[in-house]
Design a protein around this ligand. Structure first.
Ligand code: BDR
Ligand code: CA
Length: 322
């Protein structure tokens, strides 16, 4: 009889955030993951809101004593710019959750992550679902921890279209220097970018049924999935049903549901392309490589295609909502 594999020890770094909330609920429910702690960063909403939303979502999940810490309240260089047109002023769209008795631990995120990584008997996987400010600070302060980090799975970037700008995805655009530091850290990285993020959606009828169903968890998930986002510049909103950041956590537990390629990747730091993840998709070397002119690139496993029904099925099934 084969032994059941041990759950993967993970730390989530979040900016809760409608889809971060979905990701937290999924990660806590999946038996293949052991959520050691949650680190919060400013992004979709202010740091205070992110921490409060995260603590309230732990109540929804009926979670045990998962430590939550507050990290950076703004990116390394630029001011914080919340995505309130997507996540609402409070960060959870129109969803208002009851107040919680939970409190953040009296440590900043970097210290919490350091302690958890040092204490873990197995290398820890960092799941970055937000601007990577906290991770960059961690890796700059404690580069020696890289040896006990299995890899960094991050939602961010794109090899095609952007969302924050025409070419840059929000998490990388919000703190491009942090993303560049993380890619340069020597820790293996897996990019779950907009190429796949924009495709993994639950259909509207299913989400609406959850919203008015019997299950309290289903009602919260339904409310998060039916959060309507700004479409175009005329103020209209539309249903997306994206599971968003939760898809990156699904990729961690069911890697076969995605097609990936190991690609040379870099973060653009200047000009209109600031925050863009530029991927070298060429199959054959070009003149820059042949003539030794190539600039420095990092090697990243990039998700390029996804089996959407398989991932939405995994997501809803794990939450007991299929
Ligand atoms: C990313 O930005 C945020 O709006 C989402 O939570 C996700 O992490 C998508 O660009
Ligand atoms: Ca996020």
């Amino acid at each position: 009889m084969s032994a059941t594999p041990r759950p993967i020890p993970v730390i989530l770094d979040v900016d809760t955030g409608v889809d971060d909330a979905l990701a937290i609920l999924f990660a806590l429910a999946h038996p293949g993951l052991d959520v050691l702690g949650i680190s919060c960063v400013a992004g979709n909403a202010s740091l205070d809101r992110v921490v409060e939303n995260t603590l309230r979502i732990l109540d929804v999940a009926g979670a045990g004593d998962v430590p939550v810490a507050a990290g950076a309240h703004r990116p390394l260089i630029e001011p914080a710019r919340a995505a309130s047109h997507v996540h609402g002023e409070g960060g959870l769209g129109s969803l208002v959750l009851p107040a919680t008795k939970r409190r953040a631990v009296p440590l900043n995120s970097v210290e919490l992550m350091r302690q958890l990584i040092e204490a873990s008997p197995e290398p820890v996987t960092l799941v970055a679902l937000a601007p990577q400010t906290n991770l960059a600070l961690l890796l700059r302060l404690y580069p020696g921890l890289a040896g006990n980090i299995e890899r960094i799975v991050f939602m961010g970037g794109s090899t095609s279209v952007g969302n924050a700008t025409a070419v840059a995805e929000f998490n990388v655009w919000h703190d491009p220097e942090a993303a560049a530091i993380v890619l340069d850290s020597g820790v293996p990285t897996y990019m779950y970018g907009l190429d796949v993020f924009n495709r993994v959606a639950v259909d509207e009828a299913t989400a609406e049924a959850l919203l008015v169903g019997e299950s309290p968890l289903g009602r919260v998930v339904g409310a998060l999935l039916t959060n309507r986002v700004l479409a175009g510049s005329d103020g209209d909103t539309e249903y997306s049903g994206l599971i968003g950041d939760a898809g990156a956590v699904c990729a961690l537990v069911d890697p076969e549901a995605l097609r990936t390629r190991l690609l040379p990747l870099r973060v653009q730091l200047s000009g209109y392309g600031r925050g863009q993840t530029l991927a070298d998709l060429r199959r054959n070397p070009g003149e820059d490589i042949v003539h030794g002119l190539a600039e420095e690139w990092q090697s990243v496993e990039v998700a390029l295609d996804v089996d959407v029904p398989r991932v939405t099925g995994l997501f809803l099934g794990t939450l007991g909502l299929a």
